[in-house]
Design a protein around this ligand. Structure first.
Ligand code: BGC
Ligand code: BGC
Length: 583
């Protein structure tokens, strides 16, 4: 509460995923609440400005009506640096409009095992690619370092997270253990795993969040070697280190005080302790008084946090100023949504594109078709196409925020050309004798976030209802070509559909966010596919563990992505019997 902020001199407050002000979830509710908290900090004993943080991980995604961008895996498929910077700029404006100065983004992990529930938060499986896109995104969020824009009133502090090794846990378990010795892990760090962080630091990132995972059984939050020696001493990080949500409580300390000691000593500067913040403050005082933590360590942490607050211009910040109001007018604007729509277009990856007739591929033929049907649970559902971290932490299906569904985008495009398109979630259409040129079936994962997205290999497949919808269309339309559009945050089992001669095209739209028309722009418009697969996709999820050692298990390697017409040689370079050779 504002009273707590004032009484205890609290320096930073966060909203966890889905944690909106009690008054409601509009931009005005957020602004009012945050400004109250900021005002209370100014009135506190020291008068040091309050830093407010949120998980704006694909737009300012907690707040109703904001522009929701594709999740990072889709942006990785688009792999367009300039686009990343533009998105960063827009997200910063939509965050800043709420009075928030800090976003816990971007995630710089590189998923090695898609069983992991946070795979979609990663840009790519390769740390080098993550470094490039992450840096470009940070440039947008913060403004370019060395220019006047850097951390001005249009920009926000980024947070490089989660340090480090999160994509390498055994079985892809979230918050799990990386089964390597310290030596082996150091070798991995040197062979590229640190690159995203080096790039982020070069870009002027001033905050780093520690990861829940362990390395060789030791939680990163108590790993002095990784935080103090590698991040701060070796990489020369001058900003502050924030712990993850309640994460210090997973360290090996036998009681809370011991957990605070271990993480403070390891190098955590700011404690994200949303429930036990009072205990953590008391623990730090006790630890200094007993001599278990040196005053130097506390001074170091405080200096780092203050330096960041100075660099971010927080001491000059006008609470709820006119600029904030101006930014508010742009939230969810047409321009912002147009950029998100472009991101959707660029993120689409064409995985299958068979010949249908007259030597045309299905994607070519689709341009000239007049009567389409659309089916599948993800066809007309904003919440589903946005995925996790949207309005709520886990995300939800249904009409959760403003935007355009994939179907409404297709409908608008067909209306424009005078064609027809009908939608049925389960694929049951009443006017069954109507002529249909093609069926677009939009299916995919239901929303999830973090550990609740962890899956066994056997669970990495479409929901049962989507599987029956595909069957329904196949049975009711035996001669109609089918295009499968997937909304999935990661590779799932699709071998059956790749092999299915009735299914002529497969597109992965990842988790596209609020601007579903981007799909129609490519499927029905004159845009071609430019996206490429950012994560090694196996024929069968059971083979994930050997995907990096046995190429025969791989269905789509990284970089795979077809075009409507042959331009790049993509059709012939890959040894896959299902890839059409237009020779
Ligand atoms: C919060 C999330 C947070 C999670 C941690 C949830 O209650 O809303 O922001 O990531 O807890 O477990
Ligand atoms: C997540 C972080 C997030 C934090 C705050 C944690 O559970 O791991 O990514 O920034 O919650 O919501």
């Amino acid at each position: 509460t504002p009273e707590d902020v004032k009484k205890y001199g609290i320096g930073s407050v966060l909203s966890g995923g889905g944690s909106a002000p009690a008054s409601g979830n509009t931009m005005a509710d957020w602004e009012n609440r945050i400004n109250e908290l900021k005002q209370a900090a100014i009135e506190s004993r020291l008068g040091i400005p309050l830093l407010y943080g949120v998980d704006a991980v694909h737009g300012n995604n907690n707040i109703y009506g904001t522009t929701v961008f594709p999740h990072n895996i889709g942006l990785g498929a688009a792999h367009d640096e300039q686009l990343m910077t533009q998105i960063g700029e827009v997200v910063a404006e939509e965050v800043r409009a709420a009075g928030v100065q800090w976003t816990f983004a971007p995630t710089l992990g590189n998923a090695q095992n898609e069983r992991w529930g946070r795979t979609y938060e990663c840009f790519n499986e390769d740390a080098g690619e993550v470094a490039v896109l992450g840096a470009a995104y940070i440039r947008g969020l913060q403004g370019e370092k060395g220019t006047e824009k850097y951390l001005d009133e249009d920009h926000v502090l980024a947070c490089a997270k989660h340090f480090i090794g999160e994509g390498y846990t055994t079985g892809g378990t979230n918050q799990g253990n990386v089964d390597m010795t310290e030596e082996e892990f150091d070798a991995l760090l040197d062979s590229g795993l640190l690159d995203p962080y080096t790039a982020a630091l070069d870009e002027g990132v001033l905050t780093v969040m520690i990861s829940y995972n362990s390395v060789d059984g030791v939680k990163c939050h108590e790993n002095k070697h990784l935080i103090q020696e590698v991040l701060k001493d070796q990489l020369g990080f001058q900003g502050f280190v924030v712990s993850d949500y309640n994460a210090i409580q997973q360290t090996s300390g036998k009681n809370y005080k011991e957990q605070v000691r271990l993480s403070l000593d390891a190098g955590v500067d700011l404690f994200m302790e949303p429930y036990t913040w009072q205990d953590s403050m008391q623990a730090i005082i006790d630890l200094v008084e007993s001599g278990e933590i040196s005053m130097d360590r506390v001074d170091d942490a405080v200096s780092r946090i203050l330096r960041v607050k100075f660099e971010a211009g927080m001491f000059e910040e006008e609470i709820g100023g006119t600029h904030e109001k101006e930014l508010g007018e742009q939230v969810g604007s047409e321009d912002h949504r147009a950029l998100a729509r472009q991101a959707v277009r660029e993120s689409l990856v064409l995985l299958k594109n068979d010949i249908v007739k007259d030597n045309q591929t299905i994607m070519q033929a689709l341009q000239n078709m007049d009567n389409l049907i659309v089916a599948g649970s993800a066809g007309d559902d904003i919440g589903k196409q946005c995925g996790g971290w949207t309005i709520t932490w886990q995300g939800a299906t249904g009409n959760t925020t403003k935007g355009t569904t994939i179907f409404s985008g297709l409908k608008a495009a067909m209306d424009k050309k005078g064609g027809t398109v009908n939608y049925s979630a389960n694929g049951v259409f009443t006017d069954s004798d109507k002529k249909v040129d093609a069926a677009i079936v939009v299916v995919g994962e239901n929303p999830y976030a973090e550990s609740s997205g962890d899956r066994s290999a056997g669970q990495l497949k479409l929901p049962a209802s989507d599987i029956s919808t595909i069957k329904q269309i196949e049975n009711s339309h035996p001669d109609t070509p089918i295009i499968l559009v997937l909304t999935t945050g990661r590779p799932i089992a699709i071998a059956d559909y790749v092999n299915d001669q009735h299914i002529k095209g497969i597109v992965n739209a990842w988790l596209p966010g609020s601007e579903g028309e981007g799909v129609a722009d490519v499927l029905l418009g004159d845009k071609d596919f430019v996206g490429t697969n950012p994560i090694t996709w196996t024929w069968y999820p059971q083979d994930i563990t050997s995907k990096y050692t046995d190429t025969s298990k791989v269905l789509y390697p990284v970089g795979y992505g077809l075009k409507k017409v042959e331009k790049t040689g993509n059709f012939t370079t890959i040894d896959d019997p299902n890839v059409v050779d237009l020779g």
